[in-house]
Design a protein around this ligand. Structure first.
Ligand code: HEM
Length: 215
């Protein structure tokens, strides 16, 4: 990098570049990320990005097969409904860094807040009697209309640490699904057994037995 030879168009390059600038601005190595932290950040991107988006695609194919593709036109609302029913990230955990008031509660520094997104996404009072059904249309007028402004739909988390890869994941999954749909029709195999399993992301425990037919 010092010789001006690094390209900044990949994650590692961008991380090292911004880190190098921060260390230079602050004047010493106590600022910025250590090499170990840079390595952990890169691992996080692989872990956070790979399995989650893969799961979303797999659940989408399972649900689309069950429901039939013909009357499902808008992919965004389909992904929302897949992520509501089968959120990849089930547990959201945040640690409080500053004393925070939440309604009548005062949360001291160090409090661990844990939200189970799956329970939130299957709350009958919020989503209605058809909460367990695959009905992408419930999102047809946007997320806030269906959640009535409550933070009840958190597949990508929320607040300042919301998933940084959210838009990328949706774009990537749309491209992958479009390619699959162009080249294959698919159906669930009779051997498929429906068993969502958290390990730690939500996956089909015995695999997604889909039979693909080349078009
Ligand atoms: C369907 C796909 C995805 C789902 C469901 C998902 C979900 C999440 C969730 C729930 C969080 C925690 C947010 C919070 O604590 O409030 C998160 C964080 C994160 N995600 Fe994703 N993610 C997906 C795809 C991706 C992709 C493709 C990338 C990278 C290319 C990525 C990178 C990250 C990173 C780096 C964080 C940590 C952000 C931070 O702490 O500031 N994710 N994701």
């Amino acid at each position: 990098m010092k010789d001006g030879e690094t390209s900044y168009d990949d994650l590692l390059g961008i991380l090292l570049d911004s880190n190098y600038k921060e260390i230079k601005e602050c004047g010493n190595n106590n600022f910025g990320l250590s090499i170990d932290e840079v390595i952990e950040e890169c691992k996080l991107f692989y872990f956070a990005g790979q399995e989650t988006t893969g799961n979303m695609l797999v659940w989408t194919m399972i649900l689309l097969d069950i429901d039939g593709l013909s009357h499902l036109k808008v992919i965004n609302i389909i992904f929302n409904e897949v992520l509501r029913l089968y959120s990849s990230a089930i547990l959201l955990r945040w640690v409080i860094h500053e004393e925070t008031k939440l309604g009548n509660l005062t949360l001291p520094v160090g409090t661990l807040i844990q939200i189970n997104a799956l329970i939130l996404h299957h709350d009958k009072d919020m989503w209605g009697e058809d909460v367990n059904e695959f009905k992408p249309d419930r999102f047809s007028e946007g997320v806030s209309r269906v959640t009535k402004g409550h933070a009840a739909f958190l597949p990508f988390g929320g607040g300042p640490r919301i998933c940084i890869g959210k838009n990328f994941a949706i774009l990537e999954a749309k491209m992958a699904l479009a390619m699959i749909l162009q080249h294959f029709s698919f159906e669930l195999s009779p051997s498929y057994s429906h068993a969502p399993h958290a390990m730690p992301t939500l996956q089909p425990q015995f695999g997604a037995h889909l039979i693909l037919h080349k078009l």
